[in-house]
Each structure stands twice: as structure tokens, then as C-alpha cells.
Design a protein around this ligand. Structure first.
Ligand SMILES: [Zn+2]
Length: 289
């Protein structure tokens, strides 16, 4: 199975498996000592841990809404080897398009693409290399309106030595985005929720219908192992902001019983926030497809 399906009120949602990557386990867990994190996700011989590239698709009255686009197909062999990317799909595209196809959709059917942020493992599939057209780079979802926070596009276009490696212009520079500022209900029941820390204008996507809520957390909490407040990635540019964002989001998630969706968890696609010992942890886990 290429996807996991759940409902939020009357909205049907699917978590699409767009492939996997491997990133350094130490970088993924920041200041958490290896003896603690390796019990949660075991590293390979290069100290990398496997990570999902999970995207969310919502069947909305306004059309299909896709949140994040995976890594895409534009990178060379060296890049794919360094990051352990395994996402090749049928017809030269990626497993994201295959998962859409398994649900009976094509890229042309997608009406909205929301990027949580523009790092290559979230926006890499915004565009694709068309081998049939001499390797030209094209928009992956030509009938979709692409959405990102205005501050994030600005951050991606003005990088420095620390941030440049994650922002690859072919993923976003040619796209005519609809820019949003702060918290907005983009469509009825689809809310862009600023969750800064990983990057200053990172957003999570909250789906609300019939009193139920699900949140696509993206890199606020990349895997269920990152639920403890202090288990913050070394990649975050403002880790103490991540901490305060989590406190705020967790209060709502716990009080309102949100379903939490994990973009990068290799095993757990979703679950709910619970108390585990003195801290936060996962309850009601839903295994990946
Ligand atoms: Zn990420």
C-alpha cells in the first residue's frame, strides 16, 4: 500500500508514501545522546537513520489539496547517494505520483499544493525533470495553486552559509506562489498554522471538520520519537523557538485530541499525543502503509 487513509469529520485524508531518505542520526536528534536515540531509530553503518517522505492529500470540495511534495526526481546520483534517497516511481516520476495514481488521481487533478517550508525534502517534488523533453524542469502539478508563507519564500531566496544547503532554487524559484502571512484558513477546514523554529516561517497544516482535527506537523515534530519537548533536531535554526512552539501546539493537540501526522517517521504515520512517564509521547499509533 502506498498510502494510509483516515477521515477528519467529512474530509477524507490520505498520507502518501513518497519514498525514503537517510539523514545523520546525530543531526536528526540534536543534543539527545546517541544511546537514547538509537533505541528509537537504529542507525546504519554511516550513522544515518531511515526517514519517510510522507505527504498529505485531502479530498476537499474545492479539489485535491496536497501538503508537501517529497524530494522529486531532479537530483543527481551523488546527491541521492549522500542522502540515501529511494523514491523512484514509474514513468520517470516518483513514488508520490505513484501513490496518487493508486488513489485514482493524476498530477493534473491536484488543485492546491501547500508547502510547509521549502527545504528540498519537502518541496523537491514541486517541480520535476522531464526526460522526454530533454531534461527540462517543469511544474509537477500544473493545475495547482502553490502556497507557502511569504516569510519562508523570502528566507529561501536569501540564504547564508548555514541555510543554503537545504534550499535548492529549482524547487521553488520558478513557481508563482500564492503567499500567505501568518495563520490563515486557506480553504474551509484547511488552516495554515505558523509553527516556527525549524525555520522562522515554518508552518504546519491543520485539518478541521465536524469537531475533529488532524495536524500535519512537518518538521515541528518530524517523527514520533521527536515528541518529547527537548528532542529537537540539530537542523533547526531556532531550536528554542521550536521548544516554545511545541508547548503551544501540544496544549491544543492534547486538549482537542488532535490526530498527529508525522512526515518523516519511518514506521509510524500518525497517532495522538499522550503522557508517557513525566513527558509527552505517542499513543494510538497508526503504522505506515
Ligand atoms: Zn524535513
Amino acid at each position: 500500500m502506498a498510502y494510509t487513509t483516515f477521515s477528519v469529520g467529512r474530509l477524507r485524508c490520505h498520507l502518501l508514501e513518497a519514498g525514503t531518505q537517510r539523514l545523520d542520526g546525530g543531526a536528526m536528534f540534536g543534543v539527545v545522546p546517541k544511546p537514547l536515540w538509537e533505541r528509537r531509530i537504529a542507525p546504519d553503518e554511516k550513522n544515518r537513520i531511515p526517514l519517510a517522505l510522507r505527504c498529505m492529500l485531502v479530498e476537499h470540495d474545492d479539489g485535491l489539496v496536497l501538503v508537501d511534495t517529497g524530494i522529486g526526481n531532479k537530483d543527481d546520483a551523488k546527491f541521492r547517494d549522500i542522502y540515501g534517497v529511494e523514491n523512484a516511481g514509474a514513468g520517470g516520476r516518483t513514488l508520490l505520483e505513484d501513490a496518487l495514481g493508486a488513489l485514482g488521481h493524476t498530477p493534473d487533478d491536484v488543485r492546491w499544493v501547500i508547502n510547509t517550508h521549502l527545504h528540498f525534502d519537502h518541496a523537491g517534488g514541486n517541480t520535476y525533470r522531464d526526460a522526454a523533453a530533454g531534461g527540462e524542469i517543469r511544474v509537477s502539478f500544473p493545475h495547482a495553486r502553490y502556497v507557502v508563507q511569504r516569510g519562508e519564500l523570502n528566507f529561501a531566496l536569501h540564504t547564508n552559509e548555514r541555510t543554503a544547503g537545504s534550499y535548492l532554487p529549482p524547487n521553488f524559484a520558478s513557481i508563482d506562489f500564492r503567499l500567505v502571512d501568518g495563520e490563515v484558513e486557506l480553504l474551509p477546514g484547511i488552516r495554515c498554522l505558523p509553527t516556527p523554529g525549524h525555520v522562522p516561517f515554518h508552518q504546519s497544516i491543520l485539518v478541521e471538520s465536524g469537531g475533529e482535527r488532524a495536524c500535519f506537523l512537518a518538521d515541528l515534530v518530524p517523527t514520533s520519537a521527536h515528541l518529547p519537548l527537548a528532542w529537537i533536531m540539530g537542523y533547526d535554526v531556532e531550536p528554542l523557538v521550536t521548544l516554545e512552539t511545541r508547548r503551544r501546539v501540544y496544549a491544543r493537540a492534547e486538549g482537542e485530541g488532535w490526530r498527529l501526522c508525522f512526515e518523516h517517521d519511518p514506521v509510524v504515520a500518525a497517532g495522538r499525543l499522550g503522557r508517557v512517564g513525566k513527558g509527552f509521547g505517542l499513543v494510538e499509533p497508526v503504522a505506515t502503509a
